[in-house]
Design a protein around this ligand. Structure first.
Ligand code: FES
Length: 106
């Protein structure tokens, strides 16, 4: 595990990520779903724990949940918990920001 730089600055992050729109990020063999929500960047596994759909193809609701486009399961961005406990929780990833960039712990 190590910090991996994903943006060179907070400005770059805000220019590349639309608020509330999931974005796929691939680092090595890991596929992540990145979301800018309420001025925070959140990262969780991209693979839906129900049947494997890519959550970065989904949408985000006002509760801070990403909604899988296939069967509509909802996962809390902050915790990875499935809203109705029908499926396993998703792994979430810590993000930090400093003057040198935005980093993901992976
Ligand atoms: S694959 Fe995501 S809800 Fe079924």
């Amino acid at each position: 595990m190590d910090w991996v730089k994903i943006f060179s600055s907070a400005n770059e992050l805000k220019n590349k990520l639309a608020t509330g729109k999931p974005q796929l990020l691939i680092i090595g063999n890991t596929r992540l779903c990145l979301v800018l929500f309420e001025n925070k960047i959140l990262a969780l596994d991209d693979r839906c724990s129900h049947n494997g759909e890519s959550l970065s193809k989904g949408t985000v609701n006002y509760l801070g949940e990403v909604i899988c486009p296939w069967h509509g399961y909802r996962f809390k961005l902050a915790t990875g918990r499935e809203a109705a406990e029908r499926s396993n929780d998703l792994k979430t990833y810590q993000v930090k920001e400093d003057e040198s960039g935005v980093f993901l712990w992976i």
